[in-house]
Design a protein around this ligand. Sequence first.
Ligand code: NAP
Ligand code: F7E
Length: 343
Amino acid sequence: MERSASAVMKTALITGITGQDGSYLAEFLVSKGYRVFGMVRRTSSENLWRVHHLHDRIELVFGDLLDQNSLISALKQTEPDEVYNLAAQTFVPTSWNQPVLTGEFTGLGVTKMLEAVRFINPKIRFFQASSSEMFGSTGDFPQNEKTPFHPRSPYGAAKAYGHHMTVNYRESYGLFACSGILFNHESPRRGLEFVTRKISYGVGLIKHGIRRTLTLGNVDARRDWGYAPEYVEAMWMMLQQDSADDYVIATGETHSVREFVERALTRAGLSWEDHVEFDPRLVRPAEVDKLVGDASKAKQVLGWKPTTRFAELVDLMVDADMDQVQSEIESGEISRTRLTTVR
Ligand code: NAP
Ligand code: F7E
């Protein structure tokens, strides 16, 4: 691929650019003057809605985490200074249905990308999107970079493997490889199956008279929820340091799913009694009861801190989904297929 005329312009390759974080990171890096490449896998129907608005500012290359040569080829084509490995099978319940595939995407995929970096250009700076799910059922609160892992799902176990491999490639080969231990982060671009978006979109459907109920599993689980655009800035900050390291990225606050639902319903002027139902099929084989992160290292070293707090996050997601449902009604886009995905 032809290199830009500008000698100072940095180049980044983002895997998972079609996902929530990939789209925000692409926007952020474009705003910083980067040449941004996104790696996408071949799909039978188009899947670029989160990055449509960037179509003339990003470039796409084909590749799949399962295919080692495609990663090598993506690095050869794009010659990046920085690689952000955001691609993964990210939905925890799916990881029990497809544990092997999750291990291959979310775990081994990291090693495949690290090997590609080592082989093509070991000077490339590498970011791995690790997860608070690695802490699982640890009894230590709040969780920091030294808290032991006890993952409670195939997803959490695969992420722990990817994290350790990132650390190992730094220690064994001197790669500039960083692991961001990211606590839950949300936005109006979150997939509809994750609980926050399921709630905000569900509330939008109820408010517009399309649905009557929101059906949920364990509403007592507690999470540390932040705002996704702020988390992608932390990823970039990690790769701008003099040395590579690992950082917890979190708000330091924990709230239950119940609190999220209550705030969302209140925002829309709806009540729990009329609209929320429990479905035992949504309860997981093993739950992570409580997560809360301590991001003081990121604050001290990177100068990163979260600004969007819980109530503001819920409100912005509900407001966005009220508008989203309204525009889907107007365009006729609300289809039976779309509704069945939000069980
Ligand atoms: P997401 O919206 O589910 O996006 C996942 C991305 O991975 C999509 O672009 C998807 O492509 C891509 N992908 C999946 N399998 C792939 C494969 N085999 N080859 C190439 N691409 C593949 O996830 P997200 O919320 O943006 O999360 C980004 C990263 O941060 C993930 O690694 C996630 O595990 C991690 N993380 C997220 C959170 C959070 O709260 N959001 C917290 C901790 C860690 P398609 O569009 O083709 O499916
Ligand atoms: O569940 C409970 C559920 O699916 C949050 C991913 O980005 O963050 C995410 O994983 C909690 C769980 O996210 C429903 O049992 C109740 O306790 O939104 P979630 P997650 O599992 O925390 C981590 C950090 C990642 O790395 C992952 O990639 O909500 N819950 N009722 C429900 N969850 C869902 N999805 N649907 C329900 O109906």
